[in-house]
Design a binder for this molecule. Structure first.
Ligand SMILES: [Zn+2]
Length: 134
């Protein structure tokens, strides 16, 4: 079975804050220099198939990280006490999610092996204002 993600059914803006996180946890979790993710409006995200394959890693007092138990794909994270507050990994979508990153956060821990280039995105040394959790 293939995990398919359908989301962003809401009217108006397709998603909330969308950006890259360069923190060490995202680097380790993804095996890449950053994680691209979008905060989605509550209720706008649905899993259309493969729900039983989803597993979760829930660090104490931090966003729980969900992944596919079959292929290891990182899928989304949610607030520890309010699951409606969530961010979806852009790489989890089968198709273009319709949103584009507008910022880079936690660039103070950007990987030395992949220098940041001038892509015009807003940069934050620490967390993006209002999107501290991931
Ligand atoms: Zn991060």
């Amino acid at each position: 079975m293939r995990l398919r993600i359908g989301a962003l059914r809401s009217h108006g803006p397709a998603g909330g804050a969308t950006g890259y996180c360069h923190c060490r946890r995202c680097q380790r979790r993804t095996g890449a220099a950053a994680s691209a993710q979008a905060r989605v409006p509550p209720g706008s995200f649905i899993v259309t198939a493969g729900l039983e394959l989803i597993r979760e890693w829930a660090p104490e007092r931090e966003f729980a990280k969900s992944f596919c138990s079959r292929c290891g794909a990182q899928l989304f994270s949610h607030h520890p006490t309010d699951a409606a507050i969530m961010s979806v990994r852009l790489g989890a979508f089968d198709e273009d999610p319709g949103v584009r990153p507008s910022y880079r956060q936690r660039v103070e821990s950007a990987a030395a092996w992949e220098p940041l280039w001038d892509d015009g995105l807003t940069r934050y040394e620490g967390p993006s204002p209002g999107v501290a959790e991931r």
